[in-house]
Design a protein around this ligand. Structure first.
Ligand code: SGN
Ligand code: CA
Length: 496
């Protein structure tokens, strides 16, 4: 007997923040080989790994709004992080499942600027949330909880599972803050990767030729990352004072004196070495990349362990066979490619979005899905899993037929649209189309086009737009893009 005596599956949706596929070992990237994620990988080994899953608008709030609604940003109304308020009263996964007898809850990062709607229970971080001793918001209170954010979210998830109404199936969103900027690891992992040298991407010192928008961003690790806030560098040998940190209240300000001391001691040797060893500018830039990756991946370690802990919980409570587990992140992230951290671009690293589904109702294991899928598909998929009708207005498609191996016609092109300019990191607004091999981007405010052949140029440094030999492909991509714009009914005013 399962713990809930119910024919309908429980659905556990785990989403981390800014977790790049390069940092999930199931995807096989060289970085992840040095910092593996065995617990996330197990979900893939026992389920489905989506190789070409993409975000519709690679930034937090918009991605989350798309997940909830199954719609592109222009259709769900949440186009930019800043000052947008999510309308929770449109058809969303929690609204619909709640009306259909599911128990719904969200624990962790929310970041949609309005109270969660459609959830029986919520315990969410305030805005971006903090890594240490963060505030949590529930229906009635805001309280500061003591501990490291990833562990707290895991504990609260288990507490909710313990106390839930066992006569109903559940839909539970467990949404981590990590590994979001400023990449603060759990204290026990401050030094986890201190001796690991991660591979430097070929494009770390990209000069952005033929890509003016890429040249204009503010997201280079060795230029734009804040030395104190992001890279945890101090003012000199044995200094206890951080270099530039514009938001000390969310970082050091959140730690107790003892926690701050523990932090400084853990980084001291490496921070001293930075000043004691002469380095060229290039070597300093590489040092910064290593510091960035060491902390980012140490944050990932805790997320992976959290996945393991929840898996174990489900196993111990006899819930593994009637709970579908989905692992994803709100978007991808740059781990030094093009010199960058952050996301927002339609370039592969941030456009790709990890997606792993363990579905005990489908007996296949260790399957890889290579069709073009997108976060607009999540809501239709989850609704179909729950046996509930998918509203017409949702723009995505259920992924279940792909998982079942049904031979069905599938899309050959994806629409992408990033709106937030001006904004953090200065990424120009752009939209575009992605097909299996080629990609076309339009930086529409400047009316500049980019086109890439991912087969011959997987790191996207060679803009082939306007080149004679690609004339036909280019025309085809333009046609596809127009088709998608019509299909998704993107209003004219958003395209210029
Ligand atoms: C914060 C970050 C930015 C990041 C945005 C959006 N700065 O402002 O680097 O791009 O969030 O991130 S931070 O130092 O305050 O973390 S998102 O995941 O919410 O979209
Ligand atoms: Ca994010």
């Amino acid at each position: 007997m399962h713990e809930n005596d119910n024919q309908r599956p429980n659905i556990l949706f785990i989403m981390s923040d800014d977790h790049a596929i390069q940092a999930i070992s199931a995807y096989g990237h060289p970085i992840s080989k040095l910092a593996p994620t065995p617990h996330i990988d197990r979900l893939a080994n026992e389920g489905f790994l989506f190789l070409e899953n993409y975000c519709a608008n690679s930034i937090c709030g918009p991605s989350r709004a798309t997940v909830l609604t199954g719609k592109h940003s222009h259709s769900n109304g949440f186009m930019k992080n800043d000052r947008t308020k999510f309308n929770g009263n449109q058809p969303t996964i929690p609204n619909i499942l709640q009306k259909n007898g599911y128990q719904t809850a969200i624990i962790g990062k929310w970041h949609l600027n309005t109270d969660p709607v459609g959830f029986d229970y919520y315990k969410i971080l305030n805005d971006q949330g903090e890594y240490n001793n963060p505030d949590f918001i529930t229906k009635d209170t805001i309280i500061q909880e003591w501990g490291y954010v990833t562990n707290l979210i895991t504990d609260f998830t288990k507490e909710w599972l313990d106390k839930r109404d066992k006569n109903k199936p559940f839909f539970l969103m467990m949404q981590h803050k990590a590994p979001h900027r400023n990449w603060v690891p759990d204290a026990k992992y401050y030094r986890l990767f201190e001796n690991v040298e991660f591979p430097v991407p070929d494009t770390y010192f990209d000069t952005y030729e033929g890509r003016p928008a890429a040249a204009q961003q503010k997201m280079r690790i060795y230029v734009d990352a804040y030395e104190g806030h992001d890279l945890k560098m101090v003012r000199g040998i044995d200094s206890d004072s951080l270099l530039y940190d514009p938001w000390p209240h969310v970082f050091f300000g959140r730690m107790t004196d003892a926690e701050r001391k523990e932090f400084l001691e853990a980084y001291r040797e490496r921070n001293n070495d930075y000043y004691q060893t002469p380095r060229t500018e290039k070597e300093k830039a590489e040092w910064k990349l290593q510091r960035y990756l060491q902390d980012y991946l140490a944050c990932v370690r805790s997320v992976d362990e959290s996945v393991g802990e929840i898996y174990q919980y489900l196993k111990d409570h006899n819930l593994l066979e009637n709970t579908i587990i989905i692992y994803t992140s709100d978007q991808g992230f740059f781990l030094g490619e093009h010199g960058w951290f952050d996301k927002r671009w339609m370039y592969q690293e941030s456009f790709l979005m990890p997606l792993i589904i363990r579905d005990p109702y489908i007996k296949k294991k260790g399957q890889k899905i290579s069709q073009l899928t997108q976060n607009i598909d999540f809501a239709p998929t989850i609704l179909e899993m729950a046996g509930v009708k998918v509203p017409e207005e949702m723009q995505g498609e259920s992924l279940l037929p792909l998982m079942k191996g049904n031979k069905i016609p599938w899309r050959d092109a994806l629409y992408y649209h990033y709106y937030e300019f001006p904004g953090f990191h200065s990424v120009r607004a752009h939209y575009g189309v992605k097909m299996k091999r080629y990609k076309l981007l339009h930086f529409y405010k400047e009316d500049r086009w980019e086109m890439f052949d991912l087969k011959t140029d997987p790191t996207e440094i060679n803009n082939i737009y306007g080149q004679d030999e690609y004339k036909e492909v280019q025309a085809h991509l333009h046609e596809k893009l127009n088709e998608l714009i019509r299909q998704y009914q993107v209003p004219e005013q958003y395209l210029k």
